[in-house]
Design a protein around this ligand. Structure first.
Ligand code: ADP
Ligand code: TPW
Ligand code: MG
Length: 581
């Protein structure tokens, strides 16, 4: 129902009702949030007109849910927060969405401008828009109901177009209760036309890229989450398969082409980065995750082709020999159309060398996965998870932690695009439950969240949300009793736990039980297998608490090398950096 058109006798409306109508008119079907002054009625009215409202226990999870819903649907996810503290709680997620390039809009109620601007101490008073600006792609404030349509349209277009990102939309308490003629209000609404227009690359840039690619002896394609976001799945497959060039998926691009694709070079990562002479980046940035395209991991004379919608991304870390600025779908359409004019091929020796390394590494991995230990380690526990998941190849995999993240990424194969959702560009702990909830809500599909015990703690209270909405989410906590490890000593020798230590054998399963979900406490891979089989078959909210050896984790997982080196204590203080990225 639409408040204004369905209430013909209404002659006046107000900002709150018009705001909801504007969202509805723009196709918003779900709002993720936490209510309170001044947005409670807005959420109620949204529900009244058929927008689904998912109420969280903390705004950060609501924001994460909105962000990943944006990634999955290519439409901005909406997060609703109250003023000051609620707004700030959501802001971390908005900032992370912007960093990841996910479209979302954080709509926040805000207090009285007159009081805020004179710092007179309003209820939850904060100059929110100025606080939001550095963390968002853009920030707008709607001060009058007659500006709602434009404000919402601007927020949507900004979030979706170019490189997507987080938009902050400030709605003041005064605006929400300002009245407006209902007919004029209805007439003001509109939907922005083509908010994320196609952007074709210029033909010169395409020819330059194809020419460089055809000169390569050891070409490599790197697929990033921008390629996954673009939903140009057929174009990606056609281009990769027609060229025959090996590809390396970045974490969230896993599954864009299946991990068992013969051209997938994920398990020969060191070899391909170390030797490739021409690397084509498709929706991936040369940021820290690729060691900025330089250093000992890379062939020093590598040349780059980069497909990206954001012109400023080019040359940000390494000179880009062939920049192709456009959206990935359009760019690949043109590249595919023109590629026959260039003799692009992938030398057999290069593919053979990669295949040989893949085979050797597969044998090593198999040995790790099948070596029994007591207590369990990450590998034999994840082998059990992986076995069960062979029957669930189309479910979402949410993943966070350090070892729990890196080992899962390596062990759990992905077979379909956009099913792997993880800590992203910042490596944020706390995305887990928000991402899992939004994946389930937007798709109606099942979700498995594979969580470190520390990581889970950041959003663990949302188990109640999962149970309240009866979502088909299974949480697997890889519980080694700590951040990286559970057995670090307190170097001061006093009885306090060490900085990395959490409660040993903590019963996270009881949290699920507390809210009516199904809970398992397991200590062997066989028990993992049995519990996960039952949990996934039940489609119920469920949590499997897997007790992992507290001694096996590596400092910071695969990125221990990023910890600052100490001159004063050249040896790692405890455990330390034991594995190179
Ligand atoms: P990853 O972490 O997987 O390497 P990044 O987030 O670093 O990926 O990079 C994604 C890139 O994709 C960003 O530079 C972004 O501008 C770009 N991008 C996002 N959507 C599109 C699109 N539709 N077309 C082209 N480029 C895109
Ligand atoms: C918002 C720092 C990186 S990884 C991690 C933390 C706290 C948790 C690792 O322990 P976990 O995994 O989850 O038990 P495991 O298997 O290695 O034991 N705050 C934020 N983000 C980050 N990245 C951190 C802190 C961190
Ligand atoms: Mg842990």
């Amino acid at each position: 129902m639409n408040y204004i058109t369905d209430n013909p006798n209404t002659t006046l409306t107000d900002g709150m009702h018009l705001m909801v109508d504007a969202l509805k008119r723009n196709g918003v079907d779900t709002i993720y949030g936490v209510v309170g002054i001044p947005v409670t009625d807005l959420a109620r009215h949204a529900q009244e007109v058929g927008i689904r409202y998912i109420g969280f226990r903390h705004e950060q999870s609501a924001g994460n849910a909105a962000a990943i819903s944006g990634y999955l649907t290519k439409k901005p996810g909406i997060c609703l927060t109250v003023s000051a503290p609620g707004f700030l709680n959501g802001l971390t997620a908005l900032a992370a969405a912007t960093t990841n390039g996910f479209p979302m809009i954080q709509i926040s109620g805000s207090s009285d401008r007159n009081i805020i601007d004179l710092a007179q101490g309003d209820y939850e008073g904060l100059d929110q828009m100025n606080v939001a600006k550095p963390f968002a792609k853009a920030a707008y404030r709607i001060n009058r109901p007659e500006d709602i349509a434009v404000g919402v349209a601007r927020a949507i277009r900004t979030a979706m177009s170019g490189r997507p990102g987080g938009v902050y939309l400030d709605i003041t308490t005064a605006m929400l209760s300002t009245s407006m003629d209902a007919q004029a209000a209805a007439d003001s609404l509109f939907v922005p036309v083509d908010p994320a227009p196609k952007q074709y690359p210029c033909s010169g840039s395409v020819k330059r890229a194809l020419k460089l690619l055809s000169s390569a002896k050891k070409p490599l394609i790197i697929l990033g989450k921008g390629a996954a976001y673009a939903q140009a799945d057929e174009q990606v497959r056609t281009f990769v398969e027609k060229t025959g060039i090996p590809f390396l998926p970045m974490s969230m691009a896993k599954g864009l082409l299946p991990d068992d694709h013969p051209q997938c070079a994920a398990s020969a990562r060191s070899l391909v980065l170390g030797q490739a002479d021409v690397v084509m980046l498709i929706g991936a940035r040369l940021n820290w995750l690729l060691t900025h395209g330089k250093g000992k991991k890379w062939n020093p004379s590598v040349q780059f082709i980069q497909l990206d919608i954001e012109p400023e991304e080019m040359d940000s870390n390494r000179p880009i020999a062939a920049p192709v600025v456009g959206d990935i779908e359009s760019s690949l359409d043109v590249l595919i159309a023109k590629m026959d004019n260039f003799a692009i091929q992938c030398p057999k020796e290069w593919r053979d060398a990669i295949d040989a390394v893949k085979q050797t590494n597969a044998v090593k991995m198999q040995a790790k996965l099948t070596t029994p230990t007591s207590p369990m380690n990450y590998f034999n526990a994840l082998k059990a998870v992986s076995d069960v998941m062979q029957d669930y190849r189309d479910i979402y995999v949410v993943n966070e932690g350090a070892n729990a993240l890196d080992d899962t990424r390596n062990v759990i194969s992905m077979y379909h695009p956009r099913l792997r959702l993880d800590t992203g560009t910042w490596g944020v702990m706390g995305i887990g439950m928000g991402y899992a909830i939004a994946a389930a809500v937007t798709s109606g599909k099942q979700v498995i969240a594979i969580e470190g015990d520390s990581a889970f703690g950041f959003s663990g209270m949302e188990v109640e949300t999962i149970c309240r909405y009866r979502l088909p989410i299974t949480i697997v906590v890889l519980n080694n009793g700590g951040i990286y490890r559970g057995n670090d000593p307190n170097l001061g020798g006093d009885p306090d736990p060490s900085p990395t230590t959490l409660t040993p054998d903590a019963r996270y399963d009881k949290m699920m039980e507390a809210f009516g979900g199904v809970a398992y406490h397991v200590t062997t891979p066989d028990e993992v297998r049995t519990a996960l089989t039952a949990a996934l078959a039940s489609k119920k909210p469920s949590l499997i608490n897997c007790i992992i050896d507290p001694a096996v984790g590596t400092e910071s997982g695969h990125i221990g090398n990023l910890n600052p080196k100490s001159v004063a204590s050249p040896q790692p203080l405890q455990g330390g950096v034991t594995q190179k990225a």
